[in-house]
Design a protein around this ligand. Sequence first.
Ligand code: NDP
Length: 468
Amino acid sequence: MTSLTADSTSPDSRSDAVVLFGVSGDLAYKKLLPALYNLERAGRLDGPVIGLARSAWDDERLRARAEGAVRDAATQVDEAALARLLGRLRMLAGEYTETATYEALAAMLADTARPLFHLAVPPVVFESVVAGLNAVGLADRGRVVVEKPFGRDAASAAELNTALTRYVDEQNIFRIDHYLGKESVEGLLVFRFANTLFEPLWNRHYVKSVQVTLAESLDTEGRAGFYDGVGAVRDVVQNHLLQIVALLGMEPPIADDADAYRDEEVRLLRQVRPIDPDDTVMGQYEGYGEEDGVAPGSITETFMATTLWIDSFRWAGVPFHVRAGKALAGAATEAVVELRRPPRLLFASKSAERPEANRLHFRLGHDDGVSVTLQAKAPGAKAVSQPVALGVDFDRALGHRQEAYERLLDDAMDGRKHRFARPDTIAEEWRIVDGLLAAGKEPELYRRGTWGPAAAAKVADPWHPVTT
Ligand code: NDP
């Protein structure tokens, strides 16, 4: 097997403790505790797992919470692994701003060499936490994982970065955009660079357009208070969607190390023009304005569609249509690469008889896979073509793959940085969306269960059907 991300760390530098700040929260329950259970099952955990929060929990309360999280997430629970994980858990209740919290934490970590600190708390708390760790000497020897959002715009992202790097060496900061941890998303690079079949076609000469869709059928699910003022662009476009575009468009890394890999992502993003608000459709589903926590007259977008242009030799003139939204007709994370059509079918001269385009259709969500629309001869007397799909379902073909958070925590514990966002990547992503956000474009209302405002249909004509 050929590796994209060689393991360059020595075993003795692996983290020997995990501290979850904000362990009482949603992310810890849904993703982090189940990921730690998977790592325990794989024999990848060592040392204590400490939960830290202001909530006045004790060890038993934390263990009950962790057990609930694991049983909710796993279809079949390995009881021995769960018991081992519960045995490692310790709770530390305290304020994020008080030195006493960090002194108690340092005492609990006295026998460890390389703790991992996962900041599953709102970004307003990040600076207090790293300052607190620094005050007791933990920032120097630990690794710090932070979650998106990385700021609200380029300026605030730079400020956040300055605050983090004041206390923690860049080498020990791991910024999670969990899309980079998805096997399916990383699979785009393997598909492109491990298959001679497609790579020669991957350019403006053969590709007509690219479409990327990140659609949710769910609405804000009672979290409108969090979502309002954030919106689709900050929530998923600036990070996840631009990462997908970068992986679809970038050049092959020149070496198997974290910086070579991320250099190419940044190089691609640097060539993406800032989004033009006039070419962008912003939408808001009907009824959003009445949800709890939404400001009166809110113009927060729950949908956006636009076309990105990449001014590179490879991609000049090829539109990358992207859209993302909530309460849509289906849930899908997909990319479609459409090739140019042949000029005619065999000896036919009428344009109506041109074969349809070949399309590569990448499914990047839970049912990940890829299909290629080919043209076959339609049955019958006439030599006309008919589209047929050639597809593979990766779950069936490859078996179980790891969850993003399991891979990302495992990487961070080993100090591997390939799958973590770098500050220059984040700065480029903000550069692309900042002008659009600053324009404060009024969203158009759309009905739930549709594909967004009618005007979105004009951004890509047509939007290829997604698998829902
Ligand atoms: P929560 O809002 O659930 O907060 C996590 C914990 O942080 C809370 O349980 C609370 O613990 C503490 N907390 C909340 N607000 C404050 C505050 N103002 N000051 C101090 N402590 C506070 O967040 P999530 O778990 O949803 O997310 C954690 C981080 O991960 C955030 O940065 C979020 O943006 C990011 N993220 C979350 C995702 C998700 O699916 N939930 C997805 C991607 C990123 P206590 O009061 O007990 O200290």
